[in-house]
Structures are given as structure tokens and as C-alpha cells.
Design a protein around this ligand. Structure first.
Ligand code: ATP
Length: 160
């Protein structure tokens, strides 16, 4: 994994577009300006997989405020990708556990309609993948206001 490399800007834009095609009612904002010329030490496939999980959650756990933002900030040796929604949020008591395998907050919170029902695997997979590339995943959330998932990934050193 250590040698994987990707140019994140296009990957992120395309993944956002994919999700937006499936969920056209959502307004997807993005600010990826800081990413121009930046390369990350992660494979294209895994970056896309992580983003799909997080964007899918943002969609699933939004209600009437269908606005999602993806923001990239370049820090010293890493990039922070923030995926923000204005959805139902996560109760403080559940927050430490949502990245555990199979942990789900409350079945009743989930949309009843068919395939949107989850298994409690998404976040644990996303976290494991990020950590495989020496990154980190953290979540901030306020109930009834929204959730921000921060994905930290190391910048690929060397010639940009
Ligand atoms: P899946 O395995 O399909 O992703 P899931 O959404 O239930 O199913 P996780 O992605 O692991 O599983 O999420 C765990 C729990 O954390 C969810 O059941 C949900 O309650 C909560 N959660 C995750 N993302 C959000 C979010 N953006 N807003 C509010 N709650 C969230």
C-alpha cells in the first residue's frame, strides 16, 4: 500500500458526481482548490471507496436539508477531506462507537425504503482503509444539526 499514489482532485469530483446522479435532489458543494497539484499516498480505488461510503451515509442520514459539502484542506504533510452534511446527526453517546463493526445507532432512524437500509459496516470499512494508508478518520456531530467526517491522508512526498 505504501507505494500507491493518486491525484485526488478528479477522483473526488467524479465520485461526488456519481452520488449526485443517484440523488439529484441533493446540492453537493465542494471546495477542492487546495488540492491542485497535490498527490496522495492512496490508490484511486480506495479513495473512491472511502468517499462513496461517506457520501452515501451523508445522503442516508439527511432529511429535508439536502446539502452536502466536501472540503479539502492541505496541512503540513497531510490533506484533510471534510465531508459535511446537515442531517440528523449522531447522539453523543453513540459517537465513540459508530466506527465499530456492525454498530448502528437506532434502526428507527433509517429510511424505511428498501436498499438504503445499512448494516453498520460502512464506517468501519472506511476507517480501516484510511488507517491502512497511515491516515486517520474522525467524526464530529451534533444531533439534529449535522455531521462532519474528517479524513486525513498523507501527501505523497517527492516530485509533485
Ligand atoms: P452501511 O453498512 O450500509 O454503511 P450503516 O450506515 O448503518 O450501514 P455505518 O456507515 O457503519 O453503517 O454507520 C454506523 C451508524 O452511524 C449508522 O447506523 C448511523 O446511525 C450513523 N451514521 C453514520 N454516518 C452518519 C451521518 N453522516 N449522519 C448521521 N448518522 C450517521
Amino acid at each position: 500500500e505504501a507505494t500507491a499514489v493518486c491525484e485526488p482532485e478528479q477522483v473526488i469530483l467524479q465520485t461526488i458526481k456519481k452520488v449526485n446522479v443517484l440523488h439529484p435532489a441533493f446540492i453537493m458543494e465542494r471546495d477542492l482548490r487546495e488540492l491542485s497539484g497535490v498527490r496522495l499516498a492512496i490508490s484511486v480505488e480506495h479513495l473512491e471507496q472511502i468517499l462513496l461510503i461517506l457520501l452515501d451515509n451523508a445522503v442516508k442520514y439527511s432529511r429535508e436539508r439536502k446539502r452536502i459539502a466536501v472540503q479539502a484542506t492541505v496541512q503540513k504533510e497531510r490533506v484533510c477531506l471534510a465531508i459535511k452534511d446537515a442531517g440528523i446527526g449522531i447522539p453523543a453517546k453513540d459517537l465513540p462507537f459508530v466506527t465499530d463493526r456492525l454498530y448502528r445507532v437506532d434502526k428507527a432512524r433509517n429510511r424505511k425504503s428498501g436498499s438504503a437500509e445499512g448494516n453498520g459496516l460502512g464506517l468501519s470499512i472506511a476507517k480501516r482503509l484510511v488507517e491502512r494508508y497511515n491516515g486517520a478518520l474522525s467524526i464530529e456531530s451534533i444531533e439534529q444539526e449535522g455531521t462532519t467526517v474528517n479524513v486525513f491522508l498523507p501527501i505523497r512526498a517527492g516530485v509533485q
